[in-house]
Design a protein around this ligand. Structure first.
Ligand SMILES: [Fe+2]
Ligand SMILES: [Fe+2]
Length: 562
């Protein structure tokens, strides 16, 4: 037999029935029906944003077969609209045995007639009315006891302890960039900027639970899961140089939350807010984010939203499975691009002036003079770009979208309607950045001596020899399709293509410079480089040989290895 139960019963079993055991557990929790057979699963999801019609549709199609005994963790950001919040929570209550929830930042948005603390209190009342749980409670089966701990939180800039990017200008301060600043209203003496809002929200946790008691009883549980909307650890966020808004870290995390998580030491902490799928262990705690995110984000960067087959991998989608009563914690998931990237390469927050092209394109300009000399566009050598770590179906879809954009450009160029202006936001950086820059064989020889280049042989066909040490990637059969390779093969290829910090050199056929230009545009798009950093060798393989650069036989691989 298994049973759902709540923390009050556990406390009374542990230490006898003391009135004080229930103190601090302000909300009564509904008792759930007892099931004689079956299993219990804990699912998690954040950032539902069900005011997005496609998200509402996604939710309506989730697989709710056999979820009547299951538990769902909703880690904030349903909507700022009251009726949507109510309808979404009611939907979960209808289909799941228990619903745990913490509000996100969107829920606290509103007009000045009601401050955000009042709105938060109203939300907690709504949860009590709907029997949505906002305080710690036990999920119990016949053999396992899992403690679920919701943690209210708010962000503050002081949480960010890593160095800012350097050598670039044009970054807006966080209070001008994040909607939370104009759209939330705080009581007198409380503000986001100095951390008093984060402190005030954190304090509500002490009303919803007896924190000391929770800590004292932690050892009585087989498993502990905590969750919040915001981030407890900077490691659960990509490094600043990779973010379209590099100062995002100033608006996503809380030291108060971090202190609670580190004291509680849950096995798993679920969070949300940044809309990056994550599954990463830091100092013994597994941090998981399973955001539904906006439909436009799923479309344009599904690789970095997804965690395995969540949210789009199945015909009937479901939230992210965290725990199963038969097998415990769900296996860790490789298909979360950013956490897989961090696991492979570690974090280098000390690299502050090298940014990818898509970051430089978001309004940054190099600072001229001494500081500006540092500003560089590109990637750390030898690292495969992050989206190739995402699930295969997303990689294929995004690569196809990039290939379509390149094809569209070529069509417009042929028709004489291609406009350079507008491709990049800032004219200053734009100069030459959107055109592959041919390179002479003599220059390649110099770069090769410095070890700064990767050589890509993009010739299509059977050849007896090729540039020594090159990556064979014939165009268009392989340049267009490599994102579809299995994970391990793609990783090997991706890291080889990104060897050295200089330009990628494409060796094509001297007789067909147009196809080499197409390959350069395509690879630049797929590797998120500026086209000028992918350089077709002028004269192709013939020029390579003429320059006396090293060659090797193609052997049994024929025209290419991939
Ligand atoms: Fe969100
Ligand atoms: Fe959020």
């Amino acid at each position: 037999m298994f049973d759902f139960d709540d923390l009050e019963r556990v406390l009374s079993e542990d230490e006898g029935s003391h009135a004080s055991d229930a103190e601090g557990l302000a909300q009564p929790r509904p008792r759930q029906p007892v099931q004689e057979h079956g299993h219990v699963r804990i699912w998690a999801i954040s950032d539902l944003h069900t005011d997005d019609p496609k998200n509402k549709e996604w939710l309506a199609h989730i697989d709710t077969k056999d979820t009547a005994n299951d538990v769902i963790i909703v880690a904030g950001d349903i909507s700022h609209k009251w009726e949507i919040i109510r309808a979404t929570l009611s939907f979960f209550k209808e289909h799941y045995g228990r619903v745990f929830y913490v509000p996100g930042n969107h829920e606290l948005w509103g007009g000045a007639e009601e401050d955000s603390m009042q709105k938060l209190e109203k939300l907690l009342k709504l949860c009590a009315e709907l029997h949505v749980e906002t305080a710690p409670a036990e999920v119990a089966t016949s053999s396992r006891r899992v403690l679920v701990v919701p943690l209210l939180s708010w962000h503050h800039p002081q949480w960010d302890t890593e160095p800012d990017i350097e050598g670039w200008q044009g970054l807006l301060p966080v209070d001008q960039m994040l909607s939370d600043y104009p759209l939330t209203h705080w009581p007198r003496g409380i503000s986001i900027k100095d951390g008093t809002a984060a402190k005030a929200v954190d304090k509500i946790n002490d009303r919803l639970m007896d924190w000391e008691q929770i800590l004292a009883r932690r050892k009585n549980f087989h498993e502990v899961l905590s969750f919040s909307h915001f981030l407890p650890r900077v490691e659960a966020n990509p490094e600043k140089r990779y973010l379209s808004y590099p100062n995002l870290a100033k608006g996503i995390g809380s030291n108060y939350l971090r202190a609670r998580v580190e004291t509680l030491q849950p096995d798993v902490h679920v969070f949300g807010h940044t809309h990056f799928g994550y599954d990463l262990v830091v100092d013994g705690i597994r941090y998981v984010q399973a955001p539904l995110a906006m439909s436009s984000e799923r479309q344009s960067r599904g690789t970095t939203v997804a965690v395995g087959d969540f949210p789009d991998g199945k015909s009937r989608p479901h939230p992210f499975l965290v725990w199963h009563s038969r097998s415990g914690w769900a296996p860790r998931c490789r298909g979360a691009a950013w956490s897989a990237y961090v696991e492979r390469y570690g974090r280098r927050p000390d690299v502050t002036s090298l940014v990818p092209s898509y970051v430089a394109d978001c309004g940054l300009e190099p600072i001229s003079g001494i500081g500006g000399a540092k500003a560089k566009v590109g990637w750390l050598p030898g690292r495969m770009p992050v989206w190739f770590f995402g699930p295969r179906e997303h990689r294929i879809r995004e690569a196809a979208a990039e290939a379509d954009k390149v094809a569209e450009r070529l069509r417009k160029e042929a028709a004489g309607t291609f406009k350079r202006a507008g491709t990049f936001k800032h004219r200053k950086q734009q100069i030459g950045s959107d055109e592959p820059l041919p390179i002479e064989a003599s220059e390649v020889a110099i770069l090769m001596n410095k070890g700064e280049v990767a050589i890509l042989d993009v010739r299509e066909g059977d050849f007896a020899s090729r540039p020594a040490g090159c990556v064979p990637l014939s165009h268009p059969s392989q340049t267009s399709n490599f994102a579809a390779l299995p994970d391990a093969e793609l990783l090997e290829l991706g890291e080889r293509m990104m060897t050295g910090g200089g330009p990628r050199i494409l060796v094509g056929e001297g007789s067909s410079p147009a196809s080499c230009r197409h390959a350069a545009l395509l690879l630049a798009a797929l590797l998120r480089l500026w086209p000028r950093d992918v350089r077709p060798l002028r004269g192709g393989f013939d020029a390579w040989v003429k320059q006396g650069l090293p060659v090797e036989p193609t052997g049994s691989l024929g025209h290419g290895g991939y």
